[in-house]
Design a protein around this ligand. Structure first.
Ligand code: KMH
Ligand code: ZN
Length: 312
């Protein structure tokens, strides 16, 4: 069994690299918007903030560390939430580009995607027209031919650069059962050490689907592979976000919400902010009889290096 949760960690993924500005006016794109949304999410109860950057003019995902540095200090000044920077980046970025901002920022946490896969969001393009920016439609449509690259060598490289190099720990993003076995390979080699944090992901086209039986299976296999050496969390894409997060909390897991994963707060109703989603899942978690983790409790649960030891 996974280490039991006294407290539930809420991660909020603020903007990501999947959704585009046309899809929702609430999606933050400028550094000021990303900082404000992150601070709002933390105030609502998120103890971890998962962050990507966007080009301030166009809203296109960017790997530029200078853009990250326009919002990271603001977030740090306004909240003690754990900053978690993506190493998945955006769908057009090389592994080197994906590492540029994490290298500069040396955060407490980074995401680490645990396998290569098809990562398809082209179907989102069929739901929209009148694009605000010329990059949006081609960015989405090209993903019917997109491989999200995360080879064993890439994973080793990121572990060495960020883990050994900067003491960063990881949100291990597992989009299918095979990714748990990939994680086990690194755990068995001793390069990933407990207590590690598994983010189980449901509903990305190319990954495992949104059947609750899949969540049960992922959890069962994680228990078999890792015993009580791990912490786990769930995110599901789109309308499955809240049901799957609720299922995770009711099974003793942690939860991730945020506009990176879903733009909605209810059936066909767009969320007005990241904080709105955090407040909703926080209410559910508390109604289930759990307590949410503060940032320092999350740090302790995940053995993080602390907010004083980062590069921003
Ligand atoms: N967009 C999520 C499905 C990353 O940033 O490294 C996964 C994610 C990847 O958050
Ligand atoms: Zn992300």
């Amino acid at each position: 069994m996974a280490a039991s949760n006294d407290k539930v960690i809420i991660t909020c993924a603020i903007t990501g690299a999947i959704h585009t500005p046309t899809m929702s006016p609430a999606l933050p794109v400028t550094p000021a918007q990303i900082a404000a949304e992150a601070v709002g999410a933390a105030e609502a109860g998120a103890s971890i903030l998962h962050l990507h950057a966007r080009d301030p003019q166009t809203g296109e995902p960017t790997p530029d560390p200078d853009v990250y540095m326009q919002f990271l200090p603001q977030i740090k000044a306004a909240t003690d939430a754990v900053v978690n920077i993506t190493t998945g980046g955006g769908l057009t970025m090389s592994v080197e580009e994906r590492l540029a901002a994490p290298r500069r920022a040396k955060p407490e946490m980074c995401s680490l995607n645990m396998g290569s896969m098809n990562f398809a969001i082209h179907q989102l393009a069929d739901r929209h027209s009148d694009w605000q920016q010329p990059w949006e439609e081609p960015y989405l449509r090209r993903t019917d031919d997109h491989i999200f690259r995360n080879t064993f060598r890439d994973i080793d490289y990121i572990l060495a650069e960020m883990g050994e190099g900067h003491g960063t720990r990881f949100e291990h993003e597992c989009y299918d059962v095979g990714h748990l076995y990939n994680l086990a390979h690194f755990v068995d080699r001793g390069v990933i050490k407990p207590p590690f944090f598994i983010q189980m992901i449901f509903g990305i086209m190319g990954g495992i689907g949104t059947d609750v039986a899949n969540l049960m299976h992922m959890k069962m296999i994680a228990d078999k592979l890792f015993g009580d050496n791990y912490r786990w969390s769930v995110l599901a894409a789109g309308r499955h976000q809240m049901p799957f997060a609720t299922q995770s909390a009711s099974m003793g897991g942690n939860v991730r919400v945020g506009l990176e994963d879903s733009l909605f707060i209810g059936r066909r109703e767009l969320a007005t902010s990241n904080a709105q989603q955090v407040t909703k899942i926080r209410t559910i978690v508390e109604e289930l009889g759990h307590t949410i983790a503060t940032p320092d409790e999350a740090r302790k649960m995940l053995a993080l290096k602390g907010a004083d030891n980062v590069g921003f």
